[in-house]
Design a protein around this ligand. Structure first.
Ligand code: SF4
Ligand code: SF4
Length: 347
């Protein structure tokens, strides 16, 4: 325990204050954010806007940091939180600059440009990069920290591998910290790649991995990084469900052509449809046996997000649905090599 650390200490005050400060549109938790940062309506013409999708609000005040205090890890937690918040604020600043600058909505990009984006992404440590048009139906009305309400039409979707050993250590407090650290690292890399693209003369808006601008996993699927698992997560061949996702919306056009066949992930879908291990092991019963269809947005909802986040409030971390997925524990290659092995044996 850190002796100078009062129960409702300064760190909680700092984090709460920063988060409140971020709510500078003056909207409350349940209200969709407006275009509070938009000062030049002409600049936003032709940009994409949410058609009404509302994600579940995450109340950071409800997380319980007792274990961190008891283990004397609060300074570590605080340092990671500050890095995350700094990344979100940086993304928000970029958005302010973009949203108020009148741009040509399509800036021509050739193969050399896209190659340079891939190279820079790799340099920054980004594990996977894909491309897809932005779908307004996947955009959310209440991006609670960044307050991003408009996006350019094209998306560069980024994935960052989470540490294998950290996932293996689930459940545990350290895993929660590592999860937040991954958000911070990917957030910083996303901002850096966004600045790189802006310097080439294209409009670009960073969507931080901890933001609610758009359903990032769905954009990952659209961009050909993987497919949806029954746990509602992006499952890639490289890492299974073990990655965080972020995005950059850009004016750069045309996007590179898709490099994967339509049925590229069919074997994962087939396996997943018979497995169901994450459903059985979810401690809060949040993963639906039969996904809920949401007609208005033409999408399926695999996870009851309220049940899932409630579990996070109580225990500070989870990720059991990542750890138990055979595409994490065994990996795609081993699973497919032994496809004839009965599912029970594989698990
Ligand atoms: S994170 Fe935990 S509670 Fe949430 S869906 Fe996955 S297993 Fe269930
Ligand atoms: S645990 Fe099984 S059912 Fe769940 S996402 Fe992974 S493969 Fe699919």
């Amino acid at each position: 325990m850190v002796p100078y650390y009062p129960k409702n200490g300064w760190w909680r005050f700092v984090v709460r204050s920063v988060l409140r400060l971020s709510d500078m549109d003056g909207k409350n938790k349940t209200t969709a954010y407006n275009d509070g940062f938009l000062k030049n309506a002409q600049a936003a013409e032709g940009m994409k806007k949410s058609t009404g999708l509302r994600p579940v609000f995450i109340d950071f005040n409800r997380f319980n940091f007792k274990t961190a205090r008891e283990q004397g890890k609060m300074l570590k937690v605080l340092a990671i939180f500050i890095r995350v918040i700094r990344g979100i604020f940086k993304a928000r600043n970029i958005y302010h600059q973009e949203i108020n600058t009148v741009k040509h909505l399509n800036t021509t990009a050739d193969d050399n440009f896209w190659d340079s984006v891939r190279r820079k992404g790799n340099e920054l440590g980004i594990s996977l990069i894909g491309f897809a048009p932005v779908d307004e139906k996947l955009m959310c009305t209440n991006d609670q920290f960044g307050h991003i309400t408009r996006l350019y039409s094209n998306a560069i979707v980024l994935a960052w591998e989470m540490d294998y050993n950290a996932i293996e250590a689930i459940p545990g407090f350290e895993v929660g910290i590592d999860g937040i650290k991954t958000y911070a690292e990917l957030g910083d890399a996303t901002n850096a790649l966004t600045e790189f693209i802006r310097k080439q003369g294209h409009g670009a808006i960073a969507c931080h991995p901890l933001g609610d601008v758009i359903i990032l996993a769905a954009m990952g699927v659209r961009a050909g990084l993987g497919t949806f698992g029954r746990n509602g997560l992006l499952i890639s061949k490289e890492f299974g469900p073990r990655q965080r996702v972020s995005m950059i919306a850009t004016t750069a056009s045309p996007l590179p052509p898709p490099d994967k066949a339509i049925d590229h992930f069919q074997d994962i879908n087939d396996y997943c449809s018979k497995c169901g291990k994450c459903i059985r092991s979810c401690p809060s019963g949040a993963i639906r046996e039969t996904p809920l269809r949401i007609d208005a947005y033409d999408m399926m909802s695999c996870v009851d997000a309220k049940k899932c986040i409630q579990y996070f409030y109580e225990f500070n971390s989870c990720g059991v649905c990542i750890k138990t997925c055979p595409f994490h524990s065994l990996g795609y290659d081993r699973l497919m090599r032994h496809r004839e092995v009965p599912l029970a044996a594989a698990s």
